[in-house]
Design a binder for this molecule. Structure first.
Ligand SMILES: [Zn+2]
Length: 364
């Protein structure tokens, strides 16, 4: 993998895992437990990842120098490997904008980590009132020049947005790049109005692609740029600690069954849309237990969220037909769950509601 500043600068970030003592006092940035097991789970070059024995979240050791990383983010070269030309993180921005649109409880959107502004520009075209915040001067300037977007260059805390001034805060592949994700989330909590929506997407350390895809692993870990490596449990715990309720955690299917399952899911959606099959939660979404869907209010005129809805049967069907249908549905869900365990893609997306109160802070 090429890094923006070249191997020389990467090495100047902190040396080998053994060289800098002190990480034995570190706490898990997700759940706050002390990091007691310091045996590296992964090692790439001078860098290693140790995991929290409580929630499984990984931490890059030794702790890279964030000031050096910052300089590297300011180089256009970083975006050649990590930006729009990086096929792994090249999303269909229009499709992503439609997902945001389907979830958004209001029109005011802030994207933290705007990059070159593709998603924000797509959202503006959908009618959203958009702002951006980006720590790379180069990327912020590109977003302003290319799309005329209102992008603040610098830390979120310095941007000067008022409390509760946004309905939606987006963080696509941001939290893994900061050493203190709790602080960033607490800032986002302040900026969101109660009932507002946070969408946070990060790589999934527990994904099948991470475990089995040896070539993909380097990209997913992306050392030393990724300082924290989340698991579904870690991300859920972190969000709960910071005053968010996770409405849904989406874990997409990946290789080797991903393409087949994507076709299966698309066919199911079509049958469901035409009333041919009882509706259930989609296979690529890990639903929050005990919740039927988001409780945040939706914007007027936004389309239905794809794949949402509980089990629905025609009223005139007999009880035994109902039962059998539900058994088949549960059986299919179990199979999909098993397949996901060996075929989940590298990332996950949390859709979380900003609660009225943030629990008192404590621990790491
Ligand atoms: Zn943890």
């Amino acid at each position: 993998m090429t890094t923006a500043g070249g191997a020389g600068e990467t090495r100047s970030l902190g040396g080998g895992p053994e060289r800098r003592p002190g990480h034995e006092e570190r706490r898990c940035p997700a759940c706050g437990a002390a990091l007691t097991d310091l045996r590296p789970s992964y090692r790439i070059g001078d860098w290693a990842v140790v995991r929290c024995s409580s929630c499984g979240t990984g931490v890059t050791v030794p702790e890279p120098d964030e000031a050096v990383l910052r300089r590297m983010y300011d180089e256009p070269a970083y975006y050649e490997t990590h930006g729009i030309r990086h096929s792994d993180v090249l999303p269909d921005h229009r499709a992503r904008a439609r997902v945001v649109d389907a979830w958004a409880p209001g029109p005011r959107v802030l994207e933290v980590g705007t990059g070159e502004g593709y998603l924000l520009a797509a959202l503006r075209d959908e009618g959203f009132d958009v702002r951006g915040c980006e720590i790379s001067a180069w990327a912020a300037a590109a977003a302003r020049e290319r799309f005329g977007l209102d992008v603040f260059h610098g830390e979120l805390a310095a941007a000067g947005y008022g409390p509760a001034s946004f309905d939606v805060v987006l963080m696509y592949h941001v939290l893994e790049h900061v050493s203190a994700p709790r602080r960033l989330l607490s800032e986002a909590w302040q900026l969101l109005r109660p009932g507002g929506l946070l969408i946070a997407e990060v790589p999934n350390l527990d994904s099948a692609q991470m475990r089995y895809g040896r070539r993909a692993r380097e990209h997913i870990l992306d050392l030393p740029f990724h300082l924290v490596h989340f698991t579904p449990t870690g991300l859920r715990t972190l969000l709960a600690r910071q005053g968010f309720r996770v409405l849904e955690l989406t874990i997409p299917f990946g290789p080797p069954f991903g393409p087949v399952l994507a076709v299966y899911e698309a066919l199911r959606r079509r049958r469901r849309a035409s009333g041919g099959e009882p509706s259930t939660s989609t296979g690529d979404r890990e639903r929050s237990a005990g919740r039927a869907g988001p409780s945040v209010g939706r914007r007027e005129g936004s389309p239905d969220r794809p794949g949402c809805g509980g089990i629905r049967l025609p009223a005139d069907e007999g009880e035994h037909v109902r039962e059998r249908s539900m058994r088949v549905t549960a059986w299919k869900a179990r199979i999909l769950e098993r397949l996901r365990a060996v075929s989940s893609a590298y990332k996950m997306t949390a859709y979380a509601e900003r609660l009225e109160e943030c629990p008192p802070s404590g621990g790491g």
